[in-house]
Design a protein around this ligand. Structure first.
Ligand SMILES: [Zn+2]
Length: 492
């Protein structure tokens, strides 16, 4: 009798196991980052968006988080792409700039001398995600599905393909105009997949005839490459969710060259509207309506051209770091006898020559105080943050918190310049836009979710860029990236 009872209980147990509901998940997660897209472009271009275009479909069917901000400094491309997919800031993920100090040398964010190019012989292939210190949402998707999920990154820019795809990606593909064609590195594979070879061959003519970085064809080619990846890598074709990270770079190049309200940029966004609509149709057809979860966002915004702003009596100015550095070093030498107390700068990060200061036997803190005081006397600079004592002075939390969230000691300078609103580091050729600071132009980004389990709606409660990965993780019931500090966004 006991035996029968045991058997019955065992069978009941098995029945219970087989009756477990499956975890509902989309077949494919699609992340689209539009490089340098300001939040207000969704509305600035309202009259340009086609009734059957991609942006109307997104806004009319998706859920817009209309008050999404970047919560760290500096607002640059590598930092933005890393933050979207790691759900955390440069202080945690280590991607503190497009160029950063690694082991005492300035290198590009994805530069990796231990790998070589695949599909190219140029240095553009020497790239990997190794400088990023934490997992991405794609990595977590892999870990959460016994590595069965497939994860792919596509962009013209290396960093915009590599950082979003993460460490465990099946592949990341970026553009080398010298080939011309999409390439990858030995970090991922030893040979280009057949579908990439074919794509490059089929599009050779367009790639040879157009500068994809600065032409509408750059937008089209990136979306077409992403569509080819769906077939080539069999994304969204089974019940295990995959991830496709796409980033459009041409918007950023043309913004830098021609600024926010130029005809040139209008033309690029017009193309984006057309190509996004086509890409939606590809997803509908290959993955199925309602089977994919898509989000569209940006890595940072962009300011209006400074001459344009000046003409209209709005605050705007630039800082030539070189002359400022020369002035500071001259004054410090006069007072403390140290020849070059500032050894260099990278955008808003300023580096002390600690060896020179130690050799001269000067009071390092006194030198720092003097440098800060000299810089803050400049009309274009609001505050200089001393990363070793960031909260020691009366600097608003909105600013100092953002700077600290971008501070990874081994890769950053000791001092961080916060210019006044409208003031930017570097010189301009007079035509372009730029970004990098904490103001609304640079930090207010679009964020629209669309598709699987996303209702139509809009919210204006404050969200951070770090909330994107947290939201995707929550919706998929997978662990958020390891250093994620965001919160899942409720759709209501
Ligand atoms: Zn960018």
């Amino acid at each position: 009798m006991k035996k029968f009872l045991f058997l019955a209980v065992a069978l009941m147990g098995m029945a219970a196991v087989s009756a477990q509901p499956t975890i509902e998940r989309p077949k494919l997660v699609v992340g689209i980052v539009i490089d340098q897209m300001r939040w207000d472009y969704l509305y600035t271009y309202n009259n340009m968006w086609r009734p059957d275009g991609g942006i109307r479909r997104l806004l009319d069917g998706g859920y817009s988080c209309g008050n999404t901000m970047i919560d760290y400094l500096p607002t640059f491309t590598a930092c933005g792409h890393s933050c979207v997919y790691t759900g955390t800031t440069p202080a945690f993920n280590g991607i503190v700039g497009n160029t950063m100090m690694v082991h005492g040398k300035p290198i590009a964010s994805v530069q990796d001398s231990t790998v070589t190019g695949v599909g190219t012989t140029t240095d553009k292939g020497k790239a990997s995600p190794r400088n990023m210190l934490v997992t991405t949402i794609g990595d977590q998707l892999k870990l959460g599905t016994d590595m069965q999920a497939r994860v792919v990154g596509i962009s013209l820019k290396d960093r915009a393909a590599i950082l979003p795809a993460g460490h465990g990606a099946n592949g990341a593909f970026w553009y080398d105009e010298k080939v011309p064609g999409f390439i990858t590195s030995t970090y991922y594979m030893s040979k280009l997949p057949q579908w990439v070879e074919r794509f490059n061959k089929d599009n050779k003519k367009t790639m040879k005839n157009y500068d994809l970085w600065n032409n509408r064809n750059g937008v089209t080619m990136t979306f077409e490459m992403a569509a080819a990846a769906i077939d080539g890598e069999q994304l969204g074709q089974d019940d295990v969710p995959d991830l496709l990270a796409v980033s459009i770079s041409t918007t950023d190049y043309v913004g830098h060259a021609w600024s926010t309200r130029s005809l040139q940029l209008d033309s690029i966004y017009d193309q984006l509207d057309i190509d996004l609509a086509k890409f939606f149709k590809v997803l509908d057809q290959k993955v199925g309506k309602g089977n994919y979860l898509l989000f569209l966002t940006a890595d940072h915004g962009g300011t209006h051209n400074y001459k344009f702003m000046t003409e209209h009596h709005m605050p705007s100015e630039t800082i030539g770091n070189g002359s400022l550095e020369k002035m500071v070093n001259g004054k410090i030498q006069e007072k403390f006898g140290v020849e070059k107390a500032i050894k260099g700068h990278m955008a808003y990060n300023w580096f002390l020559d600690n060896e020179a200061l130690a050799a001269a036997g000067v009071d390092r803190e006194a030198v720092k105080r003097e440098i800060i005081s000299l810089l803050e006397r400049d009309d274009r600079i609001a505050w200089v943050i001393d990363f070793e004592h960031p909260y020691g002075r009366s600097i608003p939390r909105e600013v100092v918190d953002r700077a600290v969230k971008g501070y990874y000691p081994a890769r950053c300078g000791e001092l961080y310049l916060i210019p006044n609103i409208g003031v930017y580091s570097g010189s301009h050729d007079g035509k372009g836009s730029t970004h990098g600071t904490w103001n609304q132009s640079d930090t207010h980004i679009p964020l629209v979710f669309y598709g699987w389990h996303v209702p139509h709606g809009e919210r204006f409660e404050r969200n951070g860029m770090t909330d994107i990965a947290a939201t995707i993780a929550a919706m998929l019931h997978i662990q958020a990236p390891d250093a994620c500090i965001g919160q899942p966004i409720p759709f209501k």
